[in-house]
Design a protein around this ligand. Sequence first.
Ligand code: IMP
Ligand code: MG
Length: 179
Amino acid sequence: MADAQLKTLFTEEELSKRIKEMGQEITLDYKDKAEPVVIISILKGALPFTADLMRAIEVPVELEVLVASSYGGGTETSGKVEFKYHSFKDLSGKHVILVDDIIDSGYTLEAIGRTMADYNPLSVAYCTCLSNTARRESDLQVNYNGFDISNKFVVGYGLDYDQKYRDLSFVGYLEGDEA
Ligand code: IMP
Ligand code: MG
């Protein structure tokens, strides 16, 4: 992949347009809720997406962050993930929207959702910028998703390959890589 060429998949304009639509969708779903709405950004990848999304939502939202430990393999699907860092304590009486950059197999988000139960949120919704539908293994249903992609390893707009490319304003892929 070292000499692969970086191609654009979604431009900054396409991302911006779709995220505004997602903001409207979320606004409609939460505008009549009396309880606080908390966005939990799953770092590092969801950072740019969260920043744009929260400003596209027209109801007040609180912001928290979560760093989850990566875990190996699909064999631990019934387990919980360890939170390496999380900025919140108790989430009782609050609606949570978990925000991630991409859902792939779905195991990470599913495990995070399961661990969230320890914090007693009123509800948990899942929101991703991208969904790699071809690679899904978990049954988790995402409530809000920006774009479906198929079998490409993508970078940019928060997503990395070996910690690189997170700073790109667009989503791209490395040509020749179908992993
Ligand atoms: P899952 O558990 O397979 O759904 O993996 C989700 C996590 O893997 C995401 O939060 C990303 O951090 C990472 N990931 C999955 N697919 C990609 C990709 O195409 N590019 C960069 N990171 C990815
Ligand atoms: Mg991630």
